[in-house]
Ligand binder design. Structure first.
Ligand code: SF4
Length: 85
């Protein structure tokens, strides 16, 4: 998932990249996940400074469920169907 940064976002510089069009966004690690995600706790390591898009993203909302469907579909895992939101 691409998290574009908006005017007023104040995330740490180490966590961002610019795409080919010059738009600033959260960087992804080699595993494809956001670099700010703490891999041990699966929590946002910059929670207090997370981008506006992350603040507005409703856990369990339609966008969230669509992301889960895409991820589980790409990874061939039926776990989403067993208990995901
Ligand atoms: S909530 Fe935190 S870890 Fe998740 S995408 Fe946003 S910045 Fe990255």
């Amino acid at each position: 998932m691409t998290v574009l940064l908006m005017p007023g976002d104040d995330v740490p510089a180490w966590s961002t990249v610019r795409d080919a069009h010059g738009l600033e966004q959260m960087a992804h690690a080699a595993d494809g996940w956001c670099v700010a995600l703490d891999r041990d706790s699966l929590r946002c390591s910059i929670y207090a400074r997370r981008p506006r898009i992350c603040r507005d993203f409703a856990m369990g909302g339609e966008d969230c469920r669509a992301e889960r469907r895409d991820w589980y579909g790409a990874h061939g895992d039926a776990a989403e169907e067993r208990g995901g939101g």
